[in-house]
Design a protein around this ligand. Structure first.
Ligand SMILES: Cc1ncc(COP(=O)(O)O)c(C=O)c1O
Length: 399
């Protein structure tokens, strides 16, 4: 009989699916009715799901020819105690070495800081996880200082207010917790990311069942040097968020992710959004700016896009270049695609990339196709600002 090529493999032959029952797994008939999990939605929910499948499979034994029978696989899924689940989480983290190292996490759920990546988890019934009701922000850590912490903190509080998320602590306490988390991480160079959410409670659409708002923060080590090589961008075909959502930094980054993926598929670094009137807006996690032929720095207004902390700092630093005569002026206004594409220089600006020269947008070469000299000067000014800027942008970490 001829064999059938490339049929999808059954789950049991999937290399990622455990084919042998774990020593402590249970057959369907012996799933204990009493379990040792304590009161958390996720684990009880999973247990409920096992029980439901168990009943269905046993009752429907005469239907197994009509519907796929997953009963064997279901019985292979181990039922874990809390300490076994934690052991699994530890093994998971130990076996996965990504490019980024997570050095510390704060969670208001456990009310403290952990440096064990296995414990860096958030509850599945947090409204941020299952409904996207959360906001976040970042701050770079350079040489033992947090860069623009207060500017980012102001923005996350603004975002929280727009997303109708109450804050779990006052601003000063959040600030203190963030600094302590970086201190506990011992990280000197990397980034701090933090989230405010409505918190855990239930799986409803309304946050009314959420007990109390939550704060999470993580410190990520990043020793890679800033890259000043020119990059290509494309115009995004993913619709831009409406101004109400684009101006707050919520966790709803699906359009941003799809936009980044679209760029990568086209061999580009980022995809640029145009606003609904066709003016240049922003990238998926960065702002955009231009140096015109008249040597003016031009940046789109912030009323329909995220108000970038780095972009705003660049505007301040650029004033110095105006005083030195290297720039003619600085303008914040609507920028047309035509104006942008015929500019001398184009740059992306954000806390992750700082200032990155763009040398090609779609098919259009920008300027002479080389990294712009004023873009490089602005990048150097930001790097210098991180190293030795004023106390308003540099918060020392007491290690
Ligand atoms: C959509 C969007 N625009 C702009 C930025 C740049 O902002 P910042 O310079 O504060 O990182 C970001 C970065 O988070 C972003 O996500």
């Amino acid at each position: 009989m001829a064999s059938l090529p490339s049929l999808p493999k059954p789950i049991s032959q999937n290399p990622h699916f455990p084919t042998k029952p774990a020593a402590h797994s249970h057959s369907l008939n012996v799933i204990p009715r009493k379990h040792s999990f304590s009161g958390h939605g996720l684990l009880n929910f999973q247990h409920g799901s096992f029980r439901a499948r168990e009943t269905r499979v046993i009752r429907s034994s005469n239907q197994t020819e009509a519907v796929p029978d997953y009963s064997i696989q279901v019985s292979d899924v181990p039922l874990l105690t809390c300490s076994e689940a934690i052991e699994k989480l530890k093994t998971y983290r130990e076996n996965r070495h990504g490019k980024q190292q997570y050095l510390a996490m704060y969670s208001s759920i456990f009310g403290g800081i952990t440096t064990d990546p296995a414990a860096m988890v958030i509850p599945i019934d947090d409204h941020m996880v299952h409904r996207g009701h959360g906001v976040f922000d970042t701050a770079a850590i350079r040489d033992g200082y947090l860069y623009e912490l207060d500017q980012h903190l102001d923005r996350i509080l603004r975002s929280a207010s727009m997303a109708k998320i109450d804050i779990p602590f006052d601003r000063e306490s959040i600030r203190r917790i963030l600094i302590q988390t970086v201190s506990a991480s011992k990280c000197k160079t990397g980034s701090l990311r933090y989230w405010l959410s409505t918190g855990p409670g239930d799986f409803q659409l309304s946050p009314s069942g959420c007990h109390q708002p939550a704060l999470y923060a993580i410190v990520i080590q990043d020793l890679s040097p800033f890259n000043s090589k020119g990059i290509k961008v494309v115009t995004s075909s993913i619709p831009i968020k409406s101004p109400q959502f684009a101006t707050m930094k919520s966790v709803n980054y699906l359009p941003n992710v799809l936009s980044k993926m679209e760029a990568e598929e086209e061999g580009a670094f980022a995809a640029i959004w145009l606003d609904r009137d066709g003016f240049i807006a922003e990238g998926p996690n960065m702002n955009v700016a231009f140096v015109t032929k008249e040597k003016e720095l031009v940046m789109p207004q912030f009323d329909k896009i995220l108000s970038g902390c780095t972009a705003k700092r660049v505007l301040v630093l650029a004033e110095g270049l105006v005083r030195e005569g290297k720039l003619r002026g600085v303008r914040i206004e609507n920028v047309t695609v035509e104006e942008g594409k015929k500019a001398d220089e184009m740059m992306l600006i954000g806390s992750g990339i700082l200032v990155r020269p763009v040398v090609q947008w779609d098919e259009q070469v920008i300027g002479d196709g080389k990294e712009g000299s004023l873009t490089q000067i602005l990048l150097n000014l930001i790097i210098e600002d991180m190293k030795s800027g004023p106390p308003t942008v540099r918060e020392p970490i007491p290690y």
